[in-house]
Design a protein around this ligand. Structure first.
Ligand code: PLP
Length: 266
């Protein structure tokens, strides 16, 4: 390398080369899968999943054009938002980038944390009980807001996971939730069971699409929402999810690398 040559461009304050390379690779995988499925990339929302990822790297992700961030836990999201506010206060570029960020909750929410969650998240993807939906509804009404929500489905029927069972229980819950004020149901979300090969996740994603169609037929929402969104597909299986109709992809490791191992699930 010629060390005497001036850099071609000044180093950008929030550049993160590993993240940029990962982001390009994820985007290439998304567009290849969309092409195969005859779908438009513009119809897919990429949510950057940032559990365990420090605030500084979120700013770097925003610098790459990522706008939607998914967090699993209220406390972690709150700590990170405080740190982002500090970064924004001392750096105008960070302030501009932090301003572009939108936040979605993708992890289990206890009803006693609903009020705090409303301060942090614009959409709640992980509504997994009627009880939680009622608590969100009450808070939304108190704030004069309408909260976009997705219903989480435990599509693999796993004992370790929350979510509505993938059957008539979901349809009945959706009907009750659709009648609550202050909520705008927008679709379904799932975490497919762990599999060795992404192809093995395909039947679960197909099941999700069928469930969505069942809701469209059985639970009309009129102007207040729709069941359009299917949030499914993570780092290892999002191509298959795209082929089966996902509209929202939630990608963590594919963007930020492996997470620390010593962590309880979600
Ligand atoms: C961690 C997590 C993801 C992202 O998983 P990766 O395998 O890192 O892409 C997506 N959705 C939920 C609910 C998660 O907890």
């Amino acid at each position: 390398m010629d060390r005497t040559a001036p850099p071609s461009s000044p180093p950008a304050a929030w550049a993160d080369e590993a993240l940029a390379a990962n982001g390009a690779a994820v985007r290439a995988r998304i567009s290849a899968a969309a092409d195969r499925a005859g779908r438009a990339v513009d119809d897919l929302l990429l949510v950057a999943v940032t559990k365990t990822v420090p605030a500084e790297r979120l700013v770097a992700a925003a610098a790459l054009g990522l706008t939607t961030f998914g967090e699993n836990r209220v406390q972690e999201a709150r700590d990170k938002r405080e740190r982002l506010a500090e970064l924004a206060a001392s750096d105008t570029e960070a302030a501009r980038l932090v301003d572009t960020m939108r936040w979605e909750l993708i992890g289990h929410l206890q009803t006693n944390k609903v009020a705090r969650a409303f301060d942090l998240f614009e959409r709640f993807q992980s509504v997994d009980t009627l009880h939680l939906a009622e608590a969100l509804s009450a808070r939304a009404v108190a704030l004069g807001r309408t909260a976009p929500i997705l219903l989480e489905v435990n599509v693999g029927g796993e004992a370790s996971k929350s979510g509505f069972p993938p059957d008539e229980t979901l349809v009945n819950a959706a009907r009750a939730i659709a009648a609550l004020p202050g909520l705008r149901p927008e679709g379904l979300m799932t975490v497919a069971p762990p599999v060795d090969n992404p192809e093995q996740a395909r039947p679960f994603f197909q099941r999700m699409r069928i469930l969505r169609e069942a809701l469209v037929a059985a639970v009309p929402l009129g102007a207040n929402g729709g069941w359009h969104e299917l949030s499914m597909g993570m780092t290892d299986d999002f191509e298959v999810a795209i082929e089966e109709g996902a509209t929202i992809l939630r990608v963590g490791r594919g963007l930020f690398g492996a997470r620390p191992v010593n962590r309880s699930p979600m």
